[in-house]
Write a protein that binds this ligand. Structure first.
Ligand code: NAP
Length: 278
């Protein structure tokens, strides 16, 4: 690409960019479309100063990840209604100096699910009640699903269920056997099963509770095949991998960043190539 005086900068704020390969996906899309912009990840030390930088340098947009998705809100001018109800932001758009926060996680999860199973009106059990769970639970609610949120800290599950309203109920993991029906969709939104978590081999769902009519999604991306997913495959459930949500939330972000229809196949290929490169 040719950098010139009109090149727009899209940044990414996390505490380490070394674990994210999303820049490969976005820059491949930018190149394919011939857009005059560049995507660069930043390892942010002081978030307030970094957001001041966005304003003062005229950065066009920012992706946001752990640990800044909630903290960044206090430095923004506005949230869209979805980010406001979730209480977390994964995209910031600079609109003539006014910073607007949005969140594409929930929509990305629904798109990943819909690649494999019908979603509308289904019974869904969400494990976890953190930022990703909130985004996904609200999106499920928009699809008319009946959502049960189970969390280690039950209070957080109850708060989320209350925020969602009448289509949601809450509890602890001990409720799993009574919550799971023959065709429930289960979504793990906790880091249990994630590489480096110290719980790589664990799953919150005992394998004997899984049935062939269920769909099981694990939003953990590393490894792709978590113990929950492996157990679900073994029991004949439909499975949805976390990297599919990562792809779709990124596709949706790209559209917000650029205002251009994303080249999904190119983004998907770049994601696969960078995963293979390790
Ligand atoms: P978060 O806000 O910190 O929430 C973490 C949730 O996991 C909380 O509900 C927490 O329960 C629960 N939890 C943590 N450790 C646990 C354990 N040992 N046993 C049981 N529950 C535990 O984090 P987040 O932003 O929601 O992200 C959660 C995971 O989703 C991360 O692994 C992240 O990488 C992944 N993620 C994936 C995508 C994707 O596109 N695939 C997108 C976003 C996030 P308590 O309330 O009890 O602490």
């Amino acid at each position: 690409m040719q950098i010139n005086g009109s090149t727009q900068l899209i940044g990414f704020f996390g505490s380490t960019y070394k674990t994210s390969k999303m820049y490969a996906m976005y820059n491949a899309a930018i190149k394919a479309l011939g857009l005059n912009c560049i995507y660069i990840p930043f390892c942010v030390v002081d978030l307030q100063k970094a957001v001041e930088g966005v304003r003062n340098l005229g950065v066009a947009a920012i992706g946001v990840t752990i640990p800044y998705k909630v903290e960044i809100i206090k430095y923004l001018d506005e949230l869209d209604s979805n980010a406001a109800r979730i209480g977390a932001v994964n995209v910031v758009i600079n609109r003539d100096g006014r910073l607007l926060g949005c969140n594409t996680d929930g929509e990305g999860a629904i798109q990943a699910l819909k690649e494999k199973v019908p979603v509308t009106g289904r019974d869904v059990c969400v494990l976890g009640a953190g930022g990703a769970a909130r985004a996904i639970a609200f999106a499920l609610c928009d699809e008319g699903c009946n959502v049960t949120i189970l969390n280690r800290t039950e209070r957080a599950a109850q708060d989320l269920a209350q925020d969602i309203g009448e289509n949601a109920r809450a509890g602890g993991f001990a409720m799993l056997p009574e919550v799971l029906g023959d065709d429930t969709i289960i979504i793990n939104t906790t880091p249990v099963g994630m590489s480096g978590s110290g719980q790589e081999r664990l799953s919150l769902v005992p394998a004997n509770l899984l049935k062939p009519g269920m769909a099981v999604m694990d939003i953990v991306t590393n490894p792709r095949e978590t113990t929950l997913i492996a157990d679900a495959v073994g029991k004949g459930c439909a499975v949805v991998y976390g990297y599919r949500m990562l792809l779709w939330q990124g596709v949706n972000k790209f559209e917000l960043y650029t205002g251009v229809k994303p080249p999904v196949a190119i983004m998907e290929q770049a994601m696969e190539d960078s995963a293979k490169a390790g």
